[in-house]
Design a binder for this molecule. Structure first.
Ligand SMILES: Cc1cc2nc3c(=O)[nH]c(=O)nc-3n(C[C@H](O)[C@H](O)[C@H](O)COP(=O)(O)OP(=O)(O)OC[C@H]3O[C@@H](n4cnc5c(N)ncnc54)[C@H](O)[C@@H]3O)c2cc1C
Length: 817
């Protein structure tokens, strides 16, 4: 390898240009950017993006990406011409439901550090004079949002990169990627070969085509999206000029899938309400063949008709005008609406940064550059990681169907628990038939159908007091969860834990491998189970795992998802001494939890399930009736019990055996809703929601799983040196809501001393403790038990108090018995 890695970026759109800038800024200057089109209006999506930047997003990561784009572009210019106009944004509500949603959105803005204000209809009209106040219920104004000039911002960043040594080459269509021994070595175009140590595909919606060159499924689908411009409008005459282009805030009318901006004396209208129009990437014309640009398809006027009608209703000044020009512009949609970032799982040095909006482009570029230069992005990117998908998420049909649905839902009001409607059911556990018989209400997790409660348990609600909920928080929820939680605390319940990822690690090097990857000590005799963490080199929590040592060289890991598998695989020793297998789909798991769990299980096995013989955090290979199982004495709900694992073929038999034996003990099936409540009462963290790579173990309250003195060290250890619970400046903090009748759900801002101080991660009503339990990130000074705080829920102030945790059974009497 040369002294500097040779980096080739495919694509000079807003992402490729931003990336070249961010990488060269970090001192990696051997950068070549290739584009099949001309520079810098290459013919890709960035070439005609109208550039509206709305920063607020339910995802903290996406909001931070957008915040950085705004900060960066606001300071950029090209030959004195602006790259970003901070006009502010106005999102109007055409319905009471939308107004409520904008209030929720205002909460996200506050939680993630963007200022915004809710407006009444008159204030909306005062801010954007074309808006008919009579058509709106109110709006959300974010003053720091605005308009990006995408091609200009791309070129301005490219110039900075070029000044540091990068080169940008137009008319270079990449046709192949060379590789040797699992590493990229070069990028080929029709007439040239560019040696490379690192290749980043920033090819936008052409991503799947580049992916095919390296046997990588890139889960995105190009979809056409309509954008049109009116003729000149009297009302805008003399208001703007060619230099300034626009003066009113950018505008969204999401109830009708519309957005608007000014183009000097015209209005540009974007529309997401039309039928999804997916395009096969191989059908996209080349820059030479395309009549205008490859990403611009002919405008289909009929699809736009409803958009025009609604636009005139909101902006009556449009009435005398009409659509003068329009296009169906292509850009990328992924199965979950999030970008694709990260390294190929099997080809070292091949990276992706695709399915990125102009809005998030600079933030994504910065994170990618940090990843390449420093080994990790400073923002948590697990929601965007290319390797987050399950195998079932990578079929062409799934990618297309979910992509289309994401297009259709892009402006919809989405409840945090709302699953995609199609394709379902996809993955079902062996207990599915029984669960349906019990009236399961299923939501989706990693493609699995997962019960949230069971209608069959409704009669158990008799005499159980459950506070009324507001309409929003009662969606995808039932008071039956209370009865299931009660039955778990008082008797025994079966929980389907199949959806959690299970990984088998075997081989003579397995222990050494896992010891180095995780924080806790796994060098225990077979039969042990250990809670441990995967850290990145900077000490950020990549995941939390339970590792069961089944025999000397065989471990079973309870993991959080595909990213864990990817991380483990990346660190496999090359000597073949360790094998890794994802056993999730071929196996299943039932959690049998509750004070009567032992009474239920013991008669079904010859093994002694007594506390002395089978202690907490121990495992056994045994049988339950006719079913061979791996039994682990663990509990996510804070009650006595076991997780029982078996192969998928024996799953139904396991369920039936436990169910039948449980009848005399009043066994119930428990759903995820009760589970979540019980785990929060016990203070058990959920990785990805409560803690991520942005947090260290001490801040997150899982420092107990770190053994700093472990022989041989572990990834992340050095970064933790000198840190402790005492040095943590922020903490994952337990809150209880003062009024048991009030609910919060997660992602709400938390105010301390009248100022925004943090945000809620997870929340649920604690049926045993009798109020809502919320976990929140707060500065350590505010994370002191007894401190009063305010959670902002749909704009309402919900008083809460910092509590000592765990709220339930701190002495662990109920588990260790
Ligand atoms: C009508 C419309 C309106 C939009 N409005 C907004 C908006 O208001 N706000 C917003 O944030 N986003 C908006 N978007 C989305 C946004 O435009 C895109 O998500 C973004 O521009 C993608 O940038 P990119 O750099 O990833 O892709 P592109 O700009 O498409 O760049 C990819 C580049 O890769 C090159 N390439 C591909 N294959 C090869 C190859 N084999 N060899 C060499 N080069 C190759 C292409 O030529 C292209 O230049 C809109 C999109 C459309 C279509």
């Amino acid at each position: 390898m040369a002294t500097q890695p040779r980096i080739v970026i495919i694509g000079a759109g807003i992402v490729g240009c931003g990336l070249a800038d961010e990488i060269t800024e970090r001192g990696l200057t051997d950068v070549t950017v290739l584009d099949q089109g001309p520079l810098f209006a290459t013919g890709g999506s960035s070439s005609h993006a109208p550039g509206l930047v709305f920063q607020t997003n339910p995802s903290k990561t996406m909001t931070e990406f957008a915040q950085y784009t705004v900060r960066k572009f606001a300071g950029l210019s090209l030959d004195d011409a602006w790259c970003f106009q901070q006009l502010g944004s106005l999102e109007v509500a055409g319905s009471p439901a939308r107004l409520a949603d904008l209030t929720r959105k205002h909460g996200w803005a506050t939680a993630w550090g963007t200022e915004g204000r809710l407006l009444d209809p008159q204030e909306c009209a005062a801010l954007h004079p074309m808006v008919d106040a009579g058509r709106v219920y109110g709006g959300l104004h974010v003053p720091s949002d605005g308009l990006a000039k995408a091609v200009r911002a791309g070129e301005a960043q490219a110039r900075r990169a070029s000044a540091r040594g990068a080169r940008f080459l137009p008319h270079q269509e990449v046709t192949g990627i060379d590789q040797e021994h699992g590493r990229v070595t070069a990028v080929r175009t029709a007439g040239a070969r560019f040696p490379a140590d690192i290749v980043v595909s920033a090819a936008g919606f052409w991503g799947p085509k580049i992916g095919r060159m390296v046997d990588l499924t890139v889960p995105l689908v190009p979809l056409a999206h309509q954008y049109a411009k009116t003729g000149p409008l009297d009302v805008l005459a003399g208001v703007n000029d060619e230099l300034r282009e626009a003066s009113s805030p950018i505008l969204r009318h999401q109830d009708h899938d519309l957005y608007f901006r000014e183009h000097v004396d015209r209005i540009g209208i974007g529309y997401y309400g039309h039928r999804p129009m997916p395009v096969a990437v191989d059908d996209v014309l080349s820059p030479d063949e395309a009549p205008q640009m490859p990403s611009m398809l002919p405008f289909t006027e009929d699809d736009f008709a409803p958009a025009w009608q609604e636009s005139v209703r909101l902006l009556p000044d449009l009435a005398g005008s009409g659509v003068r020009e329009g296009m169906n512009g292509l850009f990328s949609f992924t199965p979950d609406g999030m970008p694709l970032m990260g390294e190929h799982p099997e080809l070292n040095g091949f990276w992706l940064a695709e399915a990125v909006w102009v809005t998030h482009s600079a933030g994504v570029a910065r994170a990618m550059a940090e990843w390449l230069a420093d080994g990790r992005p400073s923002t948590d990117v697990h929601e965007c990681d290319l390797n987050r998908f399950e195998e079932v998420h990578l079929t062409p049909d799934y990618i297309r169907e979910r992509g289309c649905q994401n297009f259709a839902e892009v402006y919809d009001i989405i409840h945090p628990l709302q699953p995609m409607e199609r394709p379902r059911p996809l993955r079902v556990s062996p207990f599915h038939t029984r669960q349906r018989e019990l009236g399961a209400y299923f939501l989706e997790a990693a493609g699995w159908e997962r019960p949230h409660w069971f209608e069959a348990n409704a009669p158990l609600l008799d005499g159980v007091q459950v506070p009324e909920r507001d309409e929003w928080s009662s969606r995808h929820w039932s008071p039956i969860a209370a009865a299931e939680a009660k039955a778990t605390r008082e008797r025994v319940a079966l929980y389907d834990m199949t959806a959690l990822k299970r990984i088998e690690v075997t081989g003579p090097g397995a222990l050494t491998f896992l010891q180095y990857l995780t924080t806790n000590n796994l060098a225990k005799k077979p039969g042990a189970v250990t809670y441990t963490l995967l850290l990145d080199p900077a000490g950020g929590i990549r995941s939390d795992l339970t590792v069961a040592r089944l025999s000397r060289d065989r471990f079973q890991i309870g993991a959080n998802g595909s990213l864990d598998l990817d991380w483990l695989r990346r660190h496999l020793p090359e000597d073949g001494s360790v094998q890794i297998r994802d056993v999730t789909s071929g196996t299943c798991c039932i959690g049998v939890w509750g004070p009567l769990a032992r009474e239920l299980v013991q008669p079904l096995t010859r093994e002694d399930f007594g506390h002395k013989a089978f202690g907490y955090f121990r495992n056994r290979l045994t049988s339950i009736g006719h079913v061979p199982v791996t039994a682990m004495r663990l509990s996510y709900v804070g009650e006595l019990g076991w997780e029982l694992y078996t192969t998928a073929d024996m799953g139904l038999k396991l369920w039936d055996t436990l169910w039948e034996a449980g009848q005399e003990h009043g066994v119930v099936a428990g759903g995820r809703s009760a589970f979540n409540s019980l785990r929060l009462e016990k203070g058990y963290r959920s990785w990805g929601t409560d803690m991520t790579a942005e947090h260290d173990p001490y801040e997150a309250g899982v420092g107990f799983a770190v053994r700093m003195d472990k022989e041989g060290g572990f990834i992340g250890r050095d970064a933790l040196e000198g840190r402790s619970e005492r040095t943590a400046r922020r903490r994952l903090t337990c809150l209880t809501v003062d009024d048991p009748a009030r609910t919060v759900l997660g992602n709400e801002p938390v105010h301390a001393d009248g100022e925004p101080a943090g945000y809620v991660t997870s929340a649920a009503f604690g049926y045993t403790v009798g109020t809502t339990v919320a976990y929140a990130w707060l500065p350590s000074a505010a994370a002191v038990p007894g401190t009063p705080v305010i959670i902002e829920y749909f704009g309402e102030k919900v008083p809460a108090t910092v509590a000592a945790e765990p709220l339930f059974d701190p002495a662990m009497d109920r588990i260790r018995c």
